[in-house]
Ligand binder design. Structure first.
Ligand SMILES: [Zn+2]
Length: 200
């Protein structure tokens, strides 16, 4: 299996000859390379002042510099646009209106410093995969179990607390192989390595 990144897109090649000798291995298909929050029409349209910045929850927008520079790079409601002010505003008023999968991801953007989340499919099961700026720890969120998530450490090659996403071990092996390859290529080729700013 080969993984490479071209213009911020993952390209996975499962046809590698050496790898195919290790069959059966399940293929992983990347469905979306980012994650967009639902468009919650009930979120308030009024501007909320958070540390001098104005947040509009209806559009998940903010007037801070961080938001405005990310606004130029990413589509509307993409998680990479969510700044700490939007997070604070959501936590105060709207977090309980979001689904468990979205609120987990939102919390992890800040507490686990996720830099992106993308969507994959393996054996007809959809999963979201989140990773931080170190491309080392990956978080796996299954659509069919939205209240739960799994943590994989690529350098130690272990699932946290030995808890794995699938009952079928070959699926876990396929997924962890994919995550390790993705980690390797992200470390090698990722164009922007942002430093997370915790200060408000
Ligand atoms: Zn902001």
């Amino acid at each position: 299996m080969k993984v490479k990144i071209e213009s911020n897109e993952f390209i996975i090649d499962f046809t590698d000859r050496n790898e195919s000798k290790l069959t059966p291995i399940y293929s992983v298909k990347i469905i979306k390379k980012n994650f967009i929050f639902n468009d919650y029409k009930t979120f308030p349209r009024n501007k909320i002042n958070i540390y001098g910045n104005k947040v509009t929850l209806r559009y998940l927008s903010c007037t801070c510099n961080e938001y405005m520079s990310n606004e130029l790079l990413y589509p509307s409601r993409d998680i990479r646009r969510i700044c700490k002010h939007i997070f604070i505003a959501l936590s105060k008023t709207c977090m309980e209106k979001m689904g468990s999968l979205e609120s987990n991801i939102l919390n992890h953007i800040f507490w686990y410093k996720l830099s992106n989340v993308f969507q994959i499919e393996i054996e007809r099961q959809r999963l979201l995969i989140g990773y931080g700026f170190d491309y080392e720890i990956f978080y796996v969120y299954p659509f069919n179990k939205p209240e739960t998530y799994f943590t994989y450490n690529c350098s130690l090659n272990i699932w946290k607390d030995n808890v794995r996403p699938f009952d079928k071990e070959l699926l876990n092996i396929s997924l962890s192989t994919f995550l390790r390859r993705t980690s390797f290529f992200l470390k090698k080729y990722s164009p922007t390595k942002k430093i997370y700013k915790k200060k408000i």
